[in-house]
Design a protein around this ligand. Structure first.
Ligand code: ARG
Length: 465
């Protein structure tokens, strides 16, 4: 591993009288992990060089040489031929050094009016822009897969829970749509974060700006940034945009984790509401009967590391005086790990959503236990003129009797039911069915199957336009 990182460098040799130790070299280097920003680093350098040339800071020949050299470097990186050197510390110095090897003085002129401080801030933003677009796209795919699942089960009834106790009957489609809403807000948050990511730090140089007549707006335009960062100190030092991204990522993982928890419970043989396709599960090395929901469990676990990454970045930032400090080099691993974890998780969940099979009979059987239609009976009495609090009391008594007799509300005779309120007549039984209960919640945001179908078509339209 270390042999390819052993060439000597003279990045700033003139100022120093002794070389750093190998341990310090390894400790301070970031090339092992920041070389994933190579292509955006080159993109940023080319935009900078183009501007330098347009402003007559470097010659047209220099710019042409830089373009030629960078094309070769891109190819070398792509074929895996590029030799990343630990001695050259990071992605920026590795590429610049190779450029100089290839094109001579033009390579040495590239860094005019620029510092690694504004360069790295630019690279991170370019990298994050791509990552955010990919994540937003994956969220859309995941939501579409969830919409398909919800559509298949807009009539399937299961108990809705509060406090993990049967509360009221709901449709499975409605339950899934709750997640579609959550992930919709997650995509909004990512896009909102992108607006603040998409500003150009380049031109801030080390911290104070540069003495060269640069044209920052030109570079911003070339690189597709909406604006430039308006204060050079801020431009090189703050990583709030990365923190914001990690916060948005934590929320996505939190939603994924809640869904995972439900999938795990639903798949437990004790509950048996769903099955998850074998390709997302594994067995046990000792217990032959096991089929474990590994993917949801791991996603729930990985939420911890994504939350941890957010805390790492917040902690990294909080003690730093202006402007750039080397601490900021530590922003990359948590950020990259968050991107990797999120991308993999979303990709796998979009696929897994198509591998969830629902067991409507088990859901129905569960909904028939626990007096899920008690609220419907209370609402029925209110519609017959009883004040809600009195209706609540009457039904509570009825449920208590049912508990004693070990039967459901719908299994009591009309006569028995009437002992709790004389307002009850034989139209009550329609209200006590699961279908009657869900169909009655027929308003925007309610669980009625026709509302679920309307919500699905509205969401699908939003997602496919
Ligand atoms: N590798 C460094 C980072 O990630 C690049 C900037 C270094 N700047 C400096 N002044 N040492 O932040």
């Amino acid at each position: 591993m270390t042999s390819q990182f052993s060439k000597k460098s003279e990045a700033w040799s003139a100022r120093f009288s002794e070389p750093v130790s190998d341990l310090v070299k390894r400790y301070t280097a970031s090339v092992f992990f920041d070389n994933r920003m190579a292509s955006v680093d080159i993109q940023g350098s080319l935009a900078h060089a183009e501007m330098l040339q347009a402003q007559n800071i470097i010659s047209a020949q220099d710019y042409a040489d830089i373009q030629r050299g960078m094309a070769q470097i891109s190819a070398e990186i792509e074929n895996g031929q590029f030799e990343w050197l630990l001695d050259l510390e990071d992605v920026h110095l590795n590429i610049e050094k190779r450029l100089t090897e290839l094109v001579g003085d033009a390579g040495k002129r590239l860094h005019t009016g620029r510092s690694r401080n504004d360069q790295v801030a630019t690279d991170i933003r370019l990298y994050m822009r791509i990552a955010i677009d990919q994540i937003v796209d994956l969220i859309a795919q995941f939501r579409l897969a969830l919409l398909d699942l919800a559509e298949k089960h807009s009539d399937t009834i299961l108990p809705g829970f509060t406090h993990m106790q049967v509360a009221q009957p709901i449709t499975f489609g409605h339950h899934i749509l709750a997640y579609v809403e959550m992930f919709g807000r997650d995509a909004e948050r990512m896009n909102d974060c992108r607006r603040r990511v998409n500003r150009l730090p380049l031109g801030a140089a080390a911290l104070a700006g540069t003495t060269f007549p640069i044209d920052r707006l030109r570079v911003a335009k070339t690189l597709g940034f909406d604006d430039v960062c308006h204060n050079s100190l801020d431009a090189v030092s703050d990583r709030d945009f990365a923190i914001e991204f990690c916060a948005a990522a934590s929320l996505i993982m939190t939603h994924i984790s809640r869904m995972s928890e439900e999938l795990i419970i639903w798949m437990s043989p004790r509950v048996g509401f769903i099955d998850i396709a074998d390709r997302f599960c594994t067995g046990s090395s000792i217990m032959p009967q096991k089929k474990n929901p590994d993917v949801p469990e791991l996603a729930r676990g990985k939420t911890g590391r994504v939350n941890g990454n957010l805390i790492s970045l917040l902690t990294l930032m909080k003690g730093q005086p202006l402007a750039y400090n080397k601490d900021n080099q530590e922003d990359k691993e948590p950020l990259f790990d968050t991107v990797d974890t999120l991308v993999d998780t979303l990709r796998i969940f979009a696929d897994m959503a198509t591998g969830i099979s629902v067991k409507p009979e088990a859901m129905r059987a569960a909904a028939l236990q626990g007096y899920a239609t008690a609220t419907d009976l209370a609402d029925y009495l209110v519609k017959k003129g009883l004040p809600f609090r009195d209706a609540h009391e009457a039904v509570a008594l009825a449920v208590r009797t049912c508990v004693e007799k070990n039967c459901d509300l719908s299994e009591m005779s009309l006569l028995e039911l009437q002992s709790f309120s004389s307002l009850i007549s034989d139209d009550v039984f329609a209200v006590l069915t699961l279908e009657g209960s869900v169909a009655a919640r027929d308003h925007v945001g309610g669980t009625a199957p026709n509302q679920v179908r309307a919500a699905i078509s509205r969401l699908r339209q939003q997602l496919t336009k």
